[in-house]
Design a protein around this ligand. Structure first.
Ligand SMILES: *[C@@H]1O[C@H](CO)[C@@H](O)[C@H](O)[C@H]1NC(C)=O
Ligand SMILES: *[C@@H]1O[C@H](CO)[C@@H](O)[C@H](O)[C@H]1NC(C)=O
Ligand SMILES: *[C@@H]1O[C@H](CO)[C@@H](O)[C@H](O)[C@H]1NC(C)=O
Ligand SMILES: *[C@@H]1O[C@H](CO)[C@@H](O)[C@H](O)[C@H]1NC(C)=O
Ligand SMILES: *[C@@H]1O[C@H](CO)[C@@H](O)[C@H](O)[C@H]1NC(C)=O
Ligand SMILES: *[C@@H]1O[C@H](CO)[C@@H](O)[C@H](O)[C@H]1NC(C)=O
Ligand SMILES: *[C@@H]1O[C@H](CO)[C@@H](O)[C@H](O)[C@H]1NC(C)=O
Length: 466
């Protein structure tokens, strides 16, 4: 089906690469733009295409006969929100994972308290994980299992599994947030658990779940291929630290659709070694927006390609569409399309920040950077809270190239909006407000990669986000 089809996505992205690589400041030929725009039409509403084996599974309810329920209650889970149900979950998992057509069942109207738990595959065929009740984490960081400092519920090595059921996964994160160094500088800076992880898996479908109040990130997809997420709700307070909604790392062919995310950090963040990531119908806010990055921290190499966001509403977020990289990194971000996005009172609606510095100490200017190119923003409208509605703050030595803007209308209630460029080139066509002439003009000689290394100093802390 199209959401997973690498060929389809490459068809969308490759014409874009072709169109833009000629460009470098010039208009792409009309037919190239036509190809490029054609991309959105063919891929609508293909949910449930027969090529997806998972989709051919009958839905829960109409298939009880053929399925074998493995209810956590049968393994001694109490579900009163107080008793420790970890062992019951582990025992139920062992059984469910080892038989065909099992349903690992977390019944509704109950609260199961479960410690850090690793649920490993591979499992026998067509496992369904039906979470209809609530799973809650113990809330005391001091008592957390030291063997799993960064994970709460972690699934790995799953193949062709569905996770669904309308239930709630609740990280009980408030004490973790209070002990974060971002909330209280006297606390040591250490990571907290991710509520739900899917790692080293393929063909997993996550549907109709709520993840809330995670200790740190809500949902991480790592080292995986062909993952589909739909109807996910994420909720956490706007001041909860580092509570990203969905975090994608080292994964390919990921589709995220019809998700409603309000949190204290990025609604969605896509990092290192991820490609062919498609996001559609996303509601984001509060939060820090939809981000590629951060990338390149501690001089690391990152590669992110073929990212599409189509249709999103961002409300009251600190950023809208963001690409953030640390100085000193290497690698690239290439072939990105953001389209049909509505912004409402967003601080930085469109932003590329190659000086990202999320650190208590300031970051040095360095010559190496993660290269950013072939980024298309199309049909983006709404309101900006700050004058810099569009900001392309790119590295002097590794400038951004082929930044393309089409049909942009960003306004501010009481004042002007403008576009900031540092070492960014590209072009705009159609209606574009604020004007982005700086993309055509910003080709000054200092952005050619020859800047003297020995001028590097500490960068202006304006870019610091704590
Ligand atoms: C779960 O954590 C609690 C402390 O919160 C601990 O007492 C208990 O032994 C843990 N259970 C398991 C199965 O590890
Ligand atoms: C920060 O943490 C310290 C040490 O735990 C504590 O004494 C102090 O009251 C906290 N400050 C705030 C503002 O919560
Ligand atoms: C980036 O991804 C590659 C490929 O999966 C991996 O080998 C590398 O360790 C990752 N780098 C970082 C900084 O995570
Ligand atoms: C990154 O590279 C720069 C320049 O070579 C060096 O000064 C810095 O110490 C490196 N940082 C890390 C974390 O390795
Ligand atoms: C532009 O995006 C909005 C959503 O913000 C959508 O309603 C509208 O249909 C899009 N326009 C076109 C021409 O695709
Ligand atoms: C350092 O800067 C000085 C003065 O601008 C210049 O003469 C020199 O060539 C630079 N050194 C290097 C290694 O770029
Ligand atoms: C670091 O680079 C940025 C972008 O070129 C520049 O605005 C800033 O002044 C530089 N900082 C220092 C201290 O040289």
């Amino acid at each position: 089906m199209s959401y997973f089809s690498p060929i389809l996505i490459l068809m969308l992205v490759v014409p874009m690469m072709g169109a833009v690589s000629k460009g470098d400041g010039d208009f792409a030929p009309a037919e190239d733009i036509g190809l490029w725009t054609a991309g959105t039409d063919g891929e609508e509403g293909q949910e449930g295409d027969e090529h997806d084996e998972l989709d051919s599974l009958p839905i829960w309810g109409s298939e009880r006969v053929g399925r074998i329920p493995v209810n956590v209650d049968s393994f001694g889970a109490v579900g009163d929100g107080v008793a420790d149900d970890t062992q019951a979950f582990l025992a139920a998992w062992e059984t469910a994972c080892s038989i065909k057509n099992a349903v690992f069942l977390v019944p509704e109207r109950r609260h199961y308290k479960v410690n850090a738990t690793r649920l490993r595959g591979p499992c026998e065929g067509k496992l369904l994980i039906q979470v209809s009740g609530t799973i809650v984490a113990p809330d005391e960081p001091k008592d957390w299992d030291p063997k799993n400092p960064r994970q709460w519920l972690s699934f790995s090595k799953l193949n062709g599994v569905r996770i669904q059921g309308g239930g709630i996964i609740d990280g009980s994160g408030s004490k973790w947030w209070a002990s974060s160094c971002k909330i209280n500088m006297t606390n040591p800076c250490r990571g907290a658990p991710t509520a739900l992880t899917i790692d080293s898996s393929s063909g997993v479908r996550v549907k109709d779940l709520t993840i809330q109040n995670a200790q740190q990130m809500h949902f991480t997809i790592s080292r995986s291929d062909a993952i589909r997420v739909s109807g996910l709700r994420v909720r956490a307070p706007s001041d909860s630290p580092n509570t990203d909604g969905i975090h994608i790392s080292e994964s390919t062919n990921v589709a995220i659709q019809n998700c409603h995310i309000g949190t204290g950090d990025d609604c969605i963040s896509i990092v290192n070694a991820s490609s062919i990531i498609k996001m559609k119908n996303i509601v984001c806010g509060p939060g820090h927006g939809i981000s590629i990055g951060s990338l390149g921290k501690d001089n690391t190499t990152a590669m992110v390609t073929a990212i599409v966001l189509d249709t999103a509403i961002l409300t009251g977020t600190t950023n809208g569409l963001r690409i953030k990289t640390w100085q000193g990194g290497s690698g690239y971000v290439k072939s990105v399309r953001f389209e049909n996005v509505k912004m409402d009172d967003v601080q930085n609606p469109i932003i590329i920040d190659q000086f990202y510095c999320d650190s208590p100490t300031s970051c040095k200017n360095q010559t190496s950077a993660v290269k950013i190119s072939q980024v298309l923003y199309r049909n983006i409208s709404g309101t900006s809270r700050t004058p810099n509605a569009m900001k392309f703050a790119c590295s002097d030595t590794v400038p951004c190239s082929n930044i393309v803007l089409n049909n942009i209308n960003l306004e501010r209630e009481n004042g002007i909006v403008e576009t900031f460029c540092n070492c960014a080139t590209g072009f705009d066509y159609g209606f574009v407000r604020p004007a982005a002439d700086c993309l055509r003009n910003d080709k000054t000689s200092r952005c050619d990669g020859t800047k003297n290394d020995n001028q590097s100093q500490t960068y202006d802390p304006i870019h610091t986000e704590l």
